[in-house]
Write a protein that binds this ligand. Structure first.
Ligand code: NAD
Length: 505
């Protein structure tokens, strides 16, 4: 029996096969729990339940205000259980408890609140004026899509789950969510809390953990699914598009990134160094929008690089449950191995890093050093280097010099990705001119990583399709239906149009 069960059709259950998988605390290597391991059958059952709940249940017929009230109940449930959820998130994924308490749990709560507001206030009908056909009136209804599936990565499991579930439900859809196997616990616990509180009709929300190759593929390919929203790697994103194409279902893809944080020569260097380090190393760099390329003006280059090194030496690694730790482990020792491969490549491509380039040697007893990696900075990196082009998803910064704003913009845009970026400058007019020319979905000026549910988030180029959050992130969960009403109930116009067809005119 699993410690953490899946939610299908209003029931917390084990998988049909009875199989489970273990999940570990990466900081210590200790097993935390056994999780119900879903397979295709469980995914099919969840999709069928969501289909029934959409086709026959009350959820899509409820008013936006009624659905908004339900989402607000979920937001309150998250707030009421924030201490427990924060601890689950930190223990399961290795992010610090500080981050969980300040960002992950309140971030998910505010996503539910924002989409509640969308359901309450965004009109589900627009009347159209000025019809070219004199006797008709016309309007557009905004309707839910149907069954929406969400597939999420391991780096921000709770927030990512909220970004999939909240807009789908707010717009009147039903939802099936698959968390990533490294970090399934917080989404499963949320499902349990919602179910215990009896907030939603059965089948409106389903959560199935399990492998991407079975559960994920089923959720993207199943013909009863009307939309799939995926967050993860660009490689799997391509596969999701292929699977969804079978029934031409719309997809939202939030994929990888290699974002540039541009430091102009008029920046306050101390502030900018703090911004670059925060933009790169937050959560050990396991963040899609991380500013892992720092583009630094040649005139301030040496001084700035020294500041980066000085300050990154002060970042402490430790138990994520300790409020004093700046960084915890990466999600799994296998992720550390990936980082080690890239650092070895960086040594070949550009030479020794200025700092880092190894696992920590001073961890407290009981912590697993194979899960941790020191913040690492390579300087003088050509933008063509693989460490500057490929997403590492770990604490590795490439510093790249430039001489003019035009050159900085060209380097920033020379990437297959286009998720985010930053500009650090003392001149807002200049910074905004640079930001306008960056081909990315978000640019932070003198800031980084600040994501708010009210503002759209998503990528250009191979960083994705569509936007989550904002009004855009609500509207993509609805479709427009045009209704044309000819008030001539006696059908005189039909006779006229038939005459056009038959040539009687
Ligand atoms: P991943 O692509 O390996 O997995 C993401 C999810 O897809 C997991 O739940 C996984 O089980 C599932 N999956 C794997 N193969 C599948 C398949 N064939 N069919 C269906 N589902 C499948 O990504 P990850 O390693 O969990 O996360 C890291 C990646 O996520 C990075 O590339 C990062 O940039 C990206 N990411 C993007 C954003 C964003 O908003 N753009 C946010 C967070 C993470």
């Amino acid at each position: 029996m699993a410690d953490y069960k899946m939610l299908i059709d209003g029931e917390l259950c084990d998988s049909a096969s009875g199989e489970t998988f273990a999940t570990y605390n990466p900081a210590t290597g200790e097993k935390i729990a056994d999780v119900a391991k879903g397979d295709r059958k469980d995914a099919e059952r969840a999709v069928a339940a969501a289909r029934r709940a959409f086709d026959e249940g009350p959820w899509p017929k409820m008013s936006g205000a009624e659905r908004g009230a339900k989402l607000r109940e979920i937001a309150q449930l998250i707030a009421d259980n924030s201490a427990e959820l924060s601890e689950i998130e930190a223990r399961d994924g290795g992010g610090t408890i500080r981050k969980a308490m300040m960002a992950d749990i309140p971030g998910a709560q505010s996503a539910f609140e924002w989409f509640a507001q969308m359901a309450e206030t965004r009109p589900d009908r627009t009347d159209l004026e000025g019809s070219p056909f004199p006797v008709s009136s016309n309007y557009v209804l905004f309707e839910p899509l149907g069954v929406c599936t969400g597939i999420v990565p391991w780096n921000f499991p709770f927030i990512m789950a909220s970004w999939k579930i909240a807009p789908a439900l707010a717009a009147g859809n039903t939802s099936v969510l698959k968390p990533a196997s490294f970090t399934s616990l917080s989404a499963l616990r949320l499902a349990q809390l919602i179910n215990d509180a009896d907030i939603l009709p059965p089948g409106v929300l389903n959560v199935v953990a399990g492998p991407g190759g079975t559960v994920g593929e089923e959720l993207a390919g199943n013909p009863m699914v009307d939309k799939t929203a995926f967050t993860g790697s660009t490689e799997v994103g391509r596969r999701i598009m292929q699977l969804a194409s079978g029934t031409v279902k719309p997809v939202t893809l939030e994929l990888g990134g290699k974002s540039a944080n541009i430091v102009l020569d008029d920046a306050d260097l101390d502030q900018a160094a703090a911004g670059v380090l925060w933009g790169t190393f937050m959560h050990g760099g396991q963040v899609c929008e991380s500013g892992t390329r720092a583009l630094v003006h040649a005139s301030i280059y040496d001084e700035f690089v020294n500041l980066l090194v000085e300050r990154s030496a002060k970042i402490t690694l430790g138990d994520p449950l300790d409020m004093a730790s700046d960084l915890g482990p990466l999600v799994d020792p296998s992720q550390v191995e990936t980082v080690e491969r890239y650092v070895a490549l960086g040594r070949e491509e550009v030479g020794e890093p200025l700092i880092g380039g190894h696992k920590p040697t001073d961890l407290a007893d009981g912590l697993n050093p194979d899960s941790f990696y020191r913040p690492t900075i390579f300087a003088g990196v050509p933008n063509t280097a693989r460490i500057a082009q490929e997403e590492i998803f770990g604490p590795v910064l490439s510093v790249i010099p430039f001489s003019t704003d035009d050159e900085a913009i060209a380097i920033a845009n020379d990437s297959i990705y286009g998720l985010a970026g930053g500009v650090q400058s003392g001149n807002l007019e200049r910074a905004e001119a640079v930001a306008a020319r960056m081909r990315t979905g978000t640019v932070w000026i003198n800031d980084y990583h600040l994501i708010d549910p009210k503002r759209p988030f998503g990528g250009y180029k191979q960083s994705g399709i569509g936007r989550e959050l904002g009004t855009q992130g609500y509207d993509i969960y609805r479709q427009a239906k045009h209704i044309h009403v000819n008030p001539e109930t006696a059908g005189r116009d039909n006779h006229f149009h038939y005459a056009l067809l038959s040539g009687e005119i």
